[in-house]
Write a protein that binds this ligand. Structure first.
Ligand SMILES: NC(=O)c1ccc[n+]([C@@H]2O[C@H](COP(=O)([O-])OP(=O)(O)OC[C@H]3O[C@@H](n4cnc5c(N)ncnc54)[C@H](O)[C@@H]3O)[C@@H](O)[C@H]2O)c1
Length: 333
């Protein structure tokens, strides 16, 4: 069997997660890895058996290895021409969300990907949860007005998450998963109004972090969708280890039926005479990787649930929420 030859750019926490799935596939060979942090790149080379190890994406592309696709998981501010180089070479790529801090760059990449018909995927793996399929099915006969959702927790311990300038805030970086789920369920948004607060976390709580913490402790965004659904999506990262986040996920209120999606875990369906809890039994990251790799094999960009041009719309919505936080006004998309 001819194996798909993959290049890997960024060897941090999330790439490690991807690689744990990729290494289980018999039709995949990781041939080149890159990271400026030499200890990470070398550890990844050892783990994957990659033939080549590079200090950056630039060196990897200059290395001349024959690649069939590229996996990209770098900081949101580090998308320094990586996707553009893939496009120029006609190389399919899977890139992590949020794909960049610069919406203009994302728009150019979107246009170029569409023009080339390139196979791409963005790390919105929750579209591949079995419970996501179930929610879609339940929604097909529901009339929905309101949705409320939340992602409550603590501060992820990576330096770039501490600064709004390098992560975009929790909604842009983390709760973007639920934002994307909302788009997957209800279509495009029309308007967003968001507010945030920074009243609970003292930057001194993270003394080893440079630059100092300055991102939102919490935010809430009210989103009106073109189909009339209104969603309120809350995020907070101030809950300490002693705290107990009440719940994360989405509650979808219909007329005759309601759904309670517990993040990456289950969905409970409520209707007259029926309360059914469906627990997720599949690995969304596995299905996400498989869909991308199979699409690469047949060259079909439509076989991926979250290709770059679609994910761009989620990024645009997250950026609009940030614009609303900054201006104090509702933002129309
Ligand atoms: N889909 C998900 O559920 C999920 C979960 C966690 C993180 N993420 C996303 O994954 C991305 C990476 O997050 P992380 O937690 O792995 O961060 P990380 O800081 O652990 O790793 C990023 C790595 O990229 C490397 N890097 C930077 N520029 C590079 C370049 N030009 N060439 C090669 N390597 C380069 C860094 O040195 C670092 O090792 C972020 O966008 C994050 O939002 C997604």
């Amino acid at each position: 069997m001819e194996k798909l030859k993959l290049g890997i750019i960024g060897c941090g926490g999330m790439m490690s997660h991807h690689v744990s799935r990729l290494l289980t596939f018999e039709d995949v060979q990781i041939t080149a890895v890159a990271d400026p942090r030499a200890e990470r790149a070398e550890a990844m080379q050892k783990r994957t058996g990659a033939v080549k190890v590079y200090a950056s994406h630039k060196e990897l592309f200059a290395g001349g290895d024959k690649l069939d696709a590229v996996y990209i998981a770098v900081e949101p501010t580090a998308h320094d021409g990586i996707e553009e180089e893939c496009i120029a070479r006609g190389l399919p790529f899977m890139v992590e969300k949020p794909m960049t801090m610069c919406l203009e760059q994302a728009k150019k990449i979107t246009d170029a990907v569409k023009a080339k018909g390139l196979v791409t995927a963005v790390g919105f793996q929750d579209r591949y949860l079995a419970v996501t399929d179930r929610i879609k099915k339940e929604l097909s006969d529901m009339k929905v007005g309101l949705v409320y959702g939340s992602w409550f927790g603590g501060v992820p311990q990576v330096w770039w998450w501490m600064k709004k300038a390098t992560c975009g805030g929790q909604l842009y970086e983390q709760n973007i998963h639920l934002l994307d789920q909302l788009r997957y369920f209800f279509g495009e948004a029309e308007k967003v109004y968001a507010v945030s607060g920074r009243t609970l976390i003292d930057p001194k709580e993270f003394p080893d972090t440079l630059p100092a913490y300055d991102t939102d402790d919490f935010s809430t965004a009210v989103i009106t969708f073109k189909n009339g659904v209104v969603a309120n999506l809350m995020s907070c990262c101030y809950v300490t280890g002693k705290g107990n986040p009440i719940r994360n996920g989405l509650t979808i209120i219909g007329r005759d039926k309601s759904l309670e999606y517990s993040l990456r875990n289950s969905v409970t369906v409520y209707e007259a005479g029926r309360e059914e809890k469906i627990v997720n039994q599949t690995d969304q990251s596995d299905r996400h990787a498989r869909a991308f790799l199979d699409a690469v094999k047949v060259g079909d960009p439509t076989a991926v649930r979250s290709p770059y041009p679609d994910a761009y719309e989620t990024l645009r919505l997250a950026a609009a929420a940030n614009e609303s936080i900054a201006s104090g006004n509702a933002v129309f998309l």
